[in-house]
Design a protein around this ligand. Sequence first.
Ligand code: 13P
Ligand code: SF4
Length: 349
Amino acid sequence: MIESSQPIDISRMRIEVPPHPQWPPLNDRQLRQAKSRIRELLQAQNAVLVAHYYTAAELQELAEETGGCVADSLEMARFGAAQEAETLVVCGVKFMGETAKILNPEKRVLMPDLNATCSLDEGCPADEFSRFCDQHPDHTVVVYANTSAEVKARSDWVVTSGIALPIVKYLADRKEKILWAPDKHLGRYVQRLTGVEMLLWQGSCVVHEEFKSVALERLRRLHPDAAVLVHPESPESVIEQADVVGSTTALIRAVEEMKNDTFIVATDGGIFHKMRQLAPQKNLIEAPTAGEGATCQSCAHCPWMGMNAIQNLEQVLLSGGNEITIEPAIRERAVVPIQRMLDFASTHM
Ligand code: 13P
Ligand code: SF4
């Protein structure tokens, strides 16, 4: 039983993290051939690829070469909703595929692997979350996009990292009390910047949680001219050292636009592909993930994003399997807070 007004302790929840990487690399010839087969399949099925910046470089390239998109989670949702194609193939994690389906119920939405989840989504089960909301009926429920369709259906607003701050500011101006889930780090960051009291669910991202502040301080001393770019799912002590805190798109833009030659980047390493494409002359360094006395170097790569590969993308297009389905009653409720976010984005950003 969850105590009223107490933050939820999700530490007892065991989150299974899959091994990474899961797919062997293809040689140049295999990759060329697979890409050309996938291009034909996409065209024959009137399908587009919608990929996240954390997916493998070859998937990002293929998405762009075939008229799809590579983006952050907000832009992925907007792109999918504006598409004419009958099929969206979402290369990312499950909440991204579900959001695409919720916004486009008439379209077929496929994913290379339906088990590609997210620790934030896993750490926020809909039944417990719903009980938490029931205990605080006077609060406006704001949930991060990294949640299941059921959790979104229980919310008033859905936000992504790219739009969380302006939406919470807007709600704060209306004197609304906020219940926030599931990422405690992003929640605390938004709370600090807006000064709003927020009830925080205690979820976290297993990838960003790994960035270590003491090692980052040392690295900054070695590169005093480097700008530090941090995704707000990182711990507070890492965020405090950032020159820029923002969504994946904001961090990419910073590399392009800032004068610095060197950047220390605290987010999933998949983002380096787009950063190198847009700013090949810049020097990019991964923020450290090994803590004091660590015997191994944990890697800043999302194991669930790593479940997307050229091989299972081709399989899914051939078989038509791995289709996202959402119960109509859940979809009907979940679309409201997602659409609210998109409407806010089109009028305020
Ligand atoms: P963005 O919306 O910033 O791309 O973040 C999604 C995500 O899952 C980061 O871990
Ligand atoms: Fe979820 Fe973290 Fe992976 Fe993003 S990087 S999808 S927040 S587990």
